[in-house]
Design a protein around this ligand. Structure first.
Ligand code: FBP
Length: 282
């Protein structure tokens, strides 16, 4: 056979370079989710005190050493001074408000373009797919349009792979979540953000279903006790998860800086939840 030299494309090198800014040398990442102002409204920032000003949240999170921040294009523009050059940026380009009628909440809309993410200096784009939703068809079209544009520029795509639909009894059921993980991997996601299934063993099944695509836990509503959330993070790592994408469990905590440091200690330094909680509650 004739020897030929096939070099990787420029865009595949770009993808490797950008993924390397998000996933650290251990292959893991702690990503801060900060798109709640649109998904839930400013009320999410009213507890435990008024933190509607994004700087009140982003400064401590960046100072704690978070690896990347995921936010919508307009928020990236408003806050670049605090994170630029200090963390990676993931621009989320789908969203929806909770103001919609309930039956229309199973779809996210276009909230920006891949070009906006590139213009902002993003290291990746993010988009939600509600697997199993009555709107799955149009969300998939949206996802593939985003992925096609991002692939051309070598921009990795993080998929928020959420099983969600009015007919599903339990969106967190392991069979349903691992199905979404598999579907996310087969739809070409480079990183998968997905629900925690409640235990190390069940989450290991979710990780397995993703066939090696990095799986990160989605934080979820704030746990009353910080130690409970930190135990979930420990279980995710033990299950082969590559980290977390967390919002409310950090920014609704009285000590967001310490909470972020504790999560980083588990994900990157191999600390247990019991060791890490001492950063928050010495
Ligand atoms: P949290 O860690 O606060 O759960 O953030 C993750 C996230 O997916 C956000 O990106 C998003 O705004 C929110 O949760 C959506 O929550 P839901 O759709 O469950 O109301």
């Amino acid at each position: 056979m004739v020897q030929t030299l096939v070099l990787p494309s420029f865009s595949s090198i770009g993808k490797i370079v950008r993924l390397g800014r998000i996933l650290k040398s251990d292959g893991r990442a702690v990503i801060f989710a900060f798109d709640h102002g649109v998904e839930h409204g400013p009320r999410d920032f009213d507890v435990p005190e008024n933190r509607v000003n994004p700087m009140k949240i982003l400064k401590p999170v960046v100072e704690a050493g978070v690896d990347a921040i995921m936010m919508l294009p307009g928020m990236a523009r408003l806050t670049h001074e605090v994170w630029a050059g200090r963390t990676a940026l993931i621009v989320k380009i789908t969203s929806r408000t909770s103001l919609r009628p309930k039956e229309r909440q199973f779809k996210q809309s276009v909230f920006g373009f891949v070009e906006d993410a590139i213009a902002l200096g993003a290291d990746a784009v993010a988009a939600t797919v509600y697997w199993g939703s009555p709107e799955e068809d149009s969300m998939l079209r949206q996802w593939f349009e985003i992925r096609k544009a991002a692939d051309a520029y070598g921009l990795p795509c993080l998929q928020l792979a959420y099983p969600r639909g009015p007919h599903m009894a339990n969106w967190y059921d392991v069979e349903i979540v691992r199905y979404a993980a598999r579907a996310a991997a087969e739809s070409g996601a480079d990183l998968i953000k997905i629900y925690y299934t409640g235990s190390r063993d069940t989450f290991a099944k979710v990780v397995e279903a993703a066939c090696g695509i990095p799986v990160l836990m989605s934080g979820g509503p704030r746990r009353e006790k910080a130690i409970d959330f930190l135990r979930d993070v420990e279980n995710v790592i033990a299950a082969g998860g590559r980290g977390v994408v967390v919002g409310r469990n950090v920014f609704q905590h009285p000590k967001p800086r310490e909470m972020m440091k504790a999560i980083i200690a588990i994900v990157h330094e191999g600390k247990t939840a019991e060791e890490a909680i001492k950063i928050v509650e010495p």
